[in-house]
Design a protein around this ligand. Structure first.
Ligand code: ASP
Ligand code: MG
Length: 435
């Protein structure tokens, strides 16, 4: 095999594929990468497709009509294709139509088989994965209209266990199969488009890697193929100290270490999926976060670096639930009780975002999921008195100072609070006042 030029991995999220104008912009960005070397492109589902598929799945699972949201999803995809089609060469529009026909037909068949069973999470993966299948098929054909582009189905290669909705990677197997399949495809200067967020089990069933997991996919490919760099294209100027949707006066970090970024992602900074950084750090692959609205701008470089004190980072996590457990006989919350509670939390897969213990009660803050909470209550309500509040927010200030604490806590009733040397966290009600 001839020597490879350095491989670059690009990841495009839903915002960069949300309509025809966004896709034209994506084509430009890919074209500008030009002859710098082979490019592997990981795409998320287009626009808000994953949310739409979750809603459709929920209706199908509870045996309610889903025709109307399904028709809207199909219309959305076909309209974007239609709007782009005037610029296409001879066969592209027909090829896209054929792929959409086949894929929506397949989705319809899968949906018809969905229904109430114990396998909620498994069925979810089989349906919600269609977002990335559609976007990757579509975008590969759009790119192929002007430069040779190949579509790659990552599911047989990116091997996970059957932990549905949160597939865990079999790294050894994934590395060898990805290298064997993808390196020959990248010979010369070539473009390969694949799905973010998806994987597959040993017996060929589709898994997903957790919401917003396409960043993680980009890191998995980069790690396995020993890429030179990864770029995540976003609608913000880089890695910021806060989400501009919720906070005014944000600051961009021009350069930031893997370590700092992992911590921010862990606390819920939505700019990067928390699992993304580790594989890149292990192979020292830099990660660039850049704006697709201004591709020439500097963005952020995440890598091995030393930096001084960073501006405080503000992280808000919505949709939180605070659950408190009290022992019924007023005995202490002991290690034995905690073991039972942790066991059930793990079993129903409710993740703890923050926790606190007192003499007779134990509180955890988790993402709100009525389905998982019901399972938890079923198992623990005989043993504990359980109370919960939903519609809460969890705030984290990393590298806090007095001004940043005042800015965030003023006027808020804190339901739970915790502070370490660098990090302050608190849970409060959703006030929808912005900040
Ligand atoms: N489409 C998936 C989601 O919306 C994965 C991703 O966007 O990264 O969660
Ligand atoms: Mg996303």
């Amino acid at each position: 095999m001839q020597k490879q030029l350095p491989l670059h991995v690009y990841k495009f999220g839903g915002a960069s594929t949300k309509d025809a104008a966004a896709l034209r912009n994506l084509v430009q960005i890919v074209r500008q990468h030009g002859r710098k070397g082979p490019l592997l492109i990981v795409v998320s589902a287009m626009g808000k497709t994953t949310n739409a598929l979750e809603e459709i799945f929920q209706l199908a699972y509870t045996r309610q009509a889903y025709d109307s949201p399904l028709a809207s999803l199909e219309t959305f995809h076909r309209t974007v294709a239609q709007e782009l089609s005037s610029g296409f060469g001879l066969h592209t529009a027909a090829d896209i139509k054929q792929k959409f026909d086949e894929t929506f037909q397949e989705l319809g068949q899968y949906l018809a088989a969905v229904g109430p069973s114990q396998e909620y999470d498994k069925q979810y993966d089989q349906i919600v994965s269609f977002g990335e299948l559609l976007s990757s098929l579509f975008i590969s054909l759009v790119l192929n209209d002007t430069q040779p582009t190949q579509w790659l189905d990552c599911r047989p290669l990116l091997r996970t266990d059957d932990c549905w909705r949160e597939g865990r990677i079999d790294w050894a197997l994934t590395e060898s199969s990805l290298r064997a399949a993808v390196l020959p495809m990248l010979q010369g200067t070539s473009v390969v488009v694949t799905q973010g967020f998806l994987g597959g089990t040993a017996n060929g069933q589709t898994t997903t890697l957790g919401r917003e997991g396409s960043d993680y996919t980009a890191a998995i490919f980069a790690y396995c193929l020993r890429a030179e760099a990864v770029t995540i294209w976003k609608d913000v100027a880089g890695l910021l100290n806060a989400d501009p949707k919720f906070f005014a006066d944000t600051v961009r970090y021009p350069e930031i270490s893997y370590q700092e970024t992992i911590e921010m992602a862990y606390y819920g900074a939505s700019v990067i999926h928390p699992k993304t950084i580790k594989p890149l750090a292990v192979r020292r692959i830099p990660l660039f976060v850049k704006s697709f609205l201004d591709p020439a701008a500097e963005g952020t470089r995440i890598g091995d670096c030393q930096h001084g004190l960073l501006a405080p980072a503000f992280i808000r996590k919505d949709g939180q639930c605070l659950i408190s457990f009290e022992s019924k006989d007023l005995t202490f919350i002991s290690e034995e009780n905690l073991e039972v509670i942790f066991g059930v939390l793990a079993q129903v897969r409710l993740k703890i975002n923050m926790m606190q213990n007192s003499a007779i009660s134990f509180s955890v803050c988790t993402d709100f999921s009525p389905y998982r909470l019901d399972r938890l209550l079923e198992q623990l309500r005989d043993q504990f008195t359980i109370r919960y509040n939903s519609n809460l927010e969890l705030y984290t200030i990393k590298n806090y100072d007095h001004a940043s604490i005042r800015r965030l806590t003023e006027g808020r009733e804190l339901l739970l609070e915790q502070r370490t040397r660098q990090t302050l966290q608190f849970v409060c009600r959703n006030m929808e006042t912005g900040q």
